[in-house]
Design a binder for this molecule. Sequence first.
Ligand SMILES: [Zn+2]
Length: 191
Amino acid sequence: MVELRRIYWSRQTLKLAYSATILWLGFSILLSLMPNSAVTASGPGISGVTGVLQGMASRVLEAIALPGGLLVALAIVAAVVVGRDVRRRDPVRRFTRQQRREGMARAAGQCEMEAGFRRRCSRPAEHGDHFYPWSKGGSTSLQNFVAACARCNRAKGARIPSPGQQERIQERRRNYVLPGGSVGVGERQPL
Ligand SMILES: [Zn+2]
């Protein structure tokens, strides 16, 4: 799946932009609440307190306008991305018995995921894992099938794998996939 690089990095960028904007918003609120010598209460009493509060509220609103607007824009982009993932979902979620048999045979019954030091996990495979997550539009196909032990399957969750993970699993497969078999991994449903 040559497009994984683009998908992975655009989503990482979106996440980073979201976190940065949240921080920006937080700091803007804090800074706007700092004591400001330019604002002085006109005097004791209700009107003075109200004036201070009003001034504070308008300063906060002014400070959050830009990061707040950006946050809304990013939330809309994220909603569009999630919506497209949902529309891509393969109507079939479970691998067929035939796909499981072929996928497990390709892996010779051993987990294909990565253990420490970029080596192949040595535990026996128990699950057929969608390499590109089903919930994010991954196909229920042999091309998207990875044999995984229970622990690796849980650890991966529904995260989109990195292009590096994809390259390494394909590299490892060259060592054990029988001649004629495909080492390629990852497939996404068309929109
Ligand atoms: Zn494993």
